[in-house]
Design a protein around this ligand. Structure first.
Ligand code: THU
Length: 136
């Protein structure tokens, strides 16, 4: 992963964050996903007056990408308007795991520091091999 690619992803995540619809939490998040085919998919959090219907930025990006025919991801960036970089929630980690267990995730807050993790560090021992009937 070159520095240039990382910067491009963080910039795309920050642009997506600027489009956040978060009038309830006022917590703005942007995500950018780099597909193995070179395409970049962005997402932001979209909240609703019925709070539980809200969706996180990371899942918006994944669902956009899969809907556009990309389901193999190399890297992601998540931008938040916070002093420190903020890792994705558990639900988003699980959704990312479905498509990109080897994903590299760059986290950026307001400042210049970017923290980088593998999804496997953020979601150790994932639930990823469900076989119908096996749990019975
Ligand atoms: N949020 C995200 O977009 N991604 C996360 O990983 C954590 C939380 C959003 C959901 C909600 O709109 C706001 O941040 C506060 O939880």
């Amino acid at each position: 992963m070159t520095l240039e690619v990382r910067q491009r992803l963080v910039a795309a995540a920050r642009e997506a964050m600027a489009r956040s619809h978060s009038p309830y939490s006022h917590f703005r998040v942007g995500a950018a996903l780099l597909g193995a085919d070179g395409r970049v998919f962005t997402g932001t959090n979209v909240e609703n007056a019925s709070y539980g219907l809200s969706i996180c930025a990371e899942r918006t990006a994944v669902f956009k990408a899969v809907s556009e025919g990309c389901r193999d991801f190399v890297a992601a960036a998540v931008a938040t308007d916070t002093d420190r970089p903020t890792p994705p929630c558990g639900a988003c980690r699980q959704v990312l795991q479905e498509f990109a267990p080897g994903l590299v995730i760059h986290l950026a807050g307001r400042g210049g520091d970017v923290e980088t993790f593998r999804l496997s560090e953020l979601l150790p021992r994932p639930f990823d091999n469900f076989t119908p009937g096996e749990a019975l």
